[in-house]
Design a protein around this ligand. Structure first.
Ligand SMILES: Nc1ncnc2c1ncn2[C@@H]1O[C@H](COP(=O)(O)OP(=O)(O)OP(=O)(O)O)[C@@H](O)[C@H]1O
Ligand SMILES: [Mg+2]
Length: 317
C-alpha cells in the first residue's frame, strides 16, 4: 500500500490504455518477421503466404457485427447485450459518456480485450461472417490484421520504414516491400513529409505525424477494416482535420470504426452512429448499454430515444 491518492477515472483509463499499448507492442515485437515472399503478386491484391484456414473470403455483408455481446472484467460487467452491425465500406462512430463501454466494445473487434487478464467476452462478434471468438481463431493474427489506433500514437521504436513494413513482414505478404510501404504512407497522407527520412526513427516525428504513421502501419497489410479509439483527441486542430480527411478518403475501401467524444467529428466523418450509455444493471452497478444505432443523420437529427436526444443536444454526459 502507498499513500498516493486514488487515481481519477481519467488516470485509470490512461493507465489501462498504457498497459494495453505495451502488451500489444510487446506481442507484435515477438512475432517472427518472415519477410516478403518472392514472386510478387500485384499490389492491391496482397496475399498471405499461408492463409490461415479460418480466414474467410471477402464479400460478406456487413463486414462485422455485434450480437448480444456482453463483456466483463473479473466479476464486474462492463458492457451488456449489445447488438449492431458494422456496414461494409462505412465509418461507424461509437459515442457516449465516459465509462459507457466504447473502448471495451471496439476492442472486441480485434480481440484486444484478451490482453486484459480476467476479461470475458460473451455473445457473437463476427468479422466477415466468422465468429472472432471461435475455437479456430488465433487472436494474435486477428490483432495483426485488424489494426487499432489508440488515442496516443504508439509507433514502435524502429525506423519509419520498419514501422510500416512490420505487418506485411510478419504476415509474409507477397510483393515489393518498398512499394507496400510507399503506398501505405501515401494513403495515410504522410509520404511527402517522410520520404527523405524513411530510415530515421519514427519516434522523432511530431504527434500528428506519428498518428498518421500508426494509421499507415495498420493500412500496410491492406485491411478492410481499421479501428480508431479517439484517434485525434490528443492532436491539434490541423492534425485532427488531416486525420478526418484521411478517414473520408479511406472509405469505402476500408471500413472504419471510430470512438469519439467529439460529436461534431462524429457528424463530419461517420455514416452510422452507435450511442452507448451506462446504466445501473440488476445489481445496481453501472454497465454499458447500447441505446440506439442508426445513420448519423438519424441519430443527430431524429433520435428515437430521449436519452440519445439529451446526449446529442448536450444536455447530458
Ligand atoms: N482493463 C480493465 N479492467 C477493469 N475494468 C475495466 C477495464 N477496462 C474498462 N473497464 C471498465 O469497463 C467499463 C467501460 O469502460 P470503457 O473504457 O470501455 O469506457 P469508455 O466508454 O471507453 O470510456 P471513456 O470515454 O472514458 O474512454 C468501465 O466501467 C471501466 O471501468
Ligand atoms: Mg474509451
Amino acid at each position: 500500500m502507498t499513500d498516493t491518492p486514488a487515481a481519477s477515472a481519467a488516470d485509470e483509463t490512461a493507465r489501462r490504455d498504457e498497459s494495453l499499448v505495451a502488451a500489444a507492442a510487446n506481442e507484435s515485437m515477438r512475432q517472427p518477421e518472415v519477410g516478403p515472399v518472392e514472386g510478387a503478386a500485384p499490389l492491391g491484391h496482397p496475399c498471405v503466404a499461408e492463409p490461415e484456414h479460418w480466414w474467410p473470403n471477402p464479400g460478406e455483408d456487413p463486414v462485422a457485427s455485434f450480437s448480444g455481446v456482453s463483456v466483463s472484467f473479473g466479476a464486474v460487467p462492463a458492457v451488456r447485450d449489445v447488438s449492431f452491425p458494422i456496414p461494409r465500406g462505412s465509418t461507424v462512430a461509437l459515442i457516449g459518456p465516459s465509462g459507457s463501454g466504447k473502448s471495451t466494445l471496439i476492442r472486441c473487434l480485434n480481440r484486444m480485450n484478451d490482453l486484459v487478464p480476467g476479461s470475458r467476452v460473451e455473445g457473437d462478434v463476427r468479422y466477415r461472417g466468422v465468429d472472432l471468438y471461435g475455437p479456430d481463431v488465433d487472436p494474435i493474427e486477428v490483432r495483426a490484421r485488424i489494426g487499432l489506433v489508440f488515442q496516443r500514437p504508439n509507433p514502435f521504436p524502429k525506423t519509419i520504414f520498419d514501422n510500416v513494413a512490420f505487418g506485411p513482414r510478419v504476415l509474409g505478404f507477397h510483393g515489393d516491400i518498398h512499394d507496400i510501404v510507399e503506398r501505405a504512407l501515401r494513403r495515410a497522407a504522410l509520404w511527402d513529409e517522410v520520404k527523405d527520412r524513411l530510415d530515421k526513427s519514427a519516434l522523432a516525428l511530431s504527434g500528428g505525424q506519428q498518428q498518421r504513421l500508426v494509421i499507415a502501419r495498420a493500412l500496410a497489410i491492406e485491411p478492410d477494416m481499421i479501428l480508431m479509439d479517439e484517434p485525434a483527441s490528443a492532436l491539434d486542430p490541423i492534425s485532427t482535420s488531416r486525420i478526418e480527411d484521411l478517414m473520408k478518403e479511406l472509405t469505402p475501401d476500408v471500413t472504419i470504426v471510430i470512438v469519439t467524444h467529439n460529436l461534431q467529428q462524429a457528424r463530419r466523418v461517420a455514416h452510422f452512429t452507435a450511442f452507448l450509455t451506462s446504466e445501473p444493471g440488476g445489481d445496481g452497478a453501472l454497465v454499458g448499454r447500447l441505446v440506439e444505432f442508426g445513420t448519423t443523420d438519424q441519430i443527430f437529427a431524429r433520435p428515437a430515444d430521449e436519452r440519445t436526444e439529451a446526449y446529442v443536444s448536450g444536455r447530458f454526459g
